[in-house]
Design a protein around this ligand. Structure first.
Ligand SMILES: C[S@@+](CC[C@H](N)C(=O)[O-])C[C@H]1O[C@@H](n2cnc3c(N)ncnc32)[C@H](O)[C@@H]1O
Length: 94
C-alpha cells in the first residue's frame, strides 16, 4: 500500500494543488531563465518526495530542505506536520 493512502483526501488534494502550482512555476522558469542560462533549479519528483515524507513523519520532527527553490517540498513537509524550513541561495526563487 502506498504511504500516501495514510493521509486524508483533503490533504492529498491540497498537496496535489501545491505540486501542480510548483510544476507550473518550474515550466515558466525553464522557458524564461534556463533556456538562456544554466541554473541548478530542477525540481525533484514531488510524488516520490511525498511518499518519503509520509513514511517518516512523526510528532515533534523538524525538516530542513537545503536548496528549497520555490519551497514546494518545504511547504509539503509543513502540511504533513513537520516543523519545516527551507534554505535557498537564489532569492528570485524564494
Ligand atoms: C536541484 S534544485 C532542487 C530544488 C528543490 N529542492 C526541488 O526539488 O524543487 C537545487 C536548489 O539548490 C539551490 N542551492 C544550490 N546551492 C545552494 C546553497 N549553497 N545554499 C542554498 N541553496 C542552494 C539552487 O539554487 C537550487 O534552487
Amino acid at each position: 500500500m502506498a504511504a500516501t493512502a495514510e493521509i486524508s483526501p483533503e490533504l492529498r488534494a491540497r498537496i496535489a494543488a501545491l505540486s501542480d502550482e510548483g510544476w507550473a512555476i518550474w515550466e515558466r522558469f525553464d522557458v524564461d531563465v534556463r533556456q538562456d542560462h544554466w541554473h541548478p533549479f530542477v525540481p525533484a519528483d514531488y510524488e516520490r518526495v511525498l511518499e518519503a515524507l509520509v513514511a517518516h513523519r512523526g510528532t515533534g520532527l523538524r525538516f530542513l530542505e537545503w536548496g528549497s527553490a520555490t519551497g514546494v517540498i518545504t511547504i509539503m513537509a509543513e502540511l504533513l506536520g513537520f516543523d519545516a524550513y527551507g534554505v535557498e541561495l537564489d532569492p528570485a526563487l524564494v
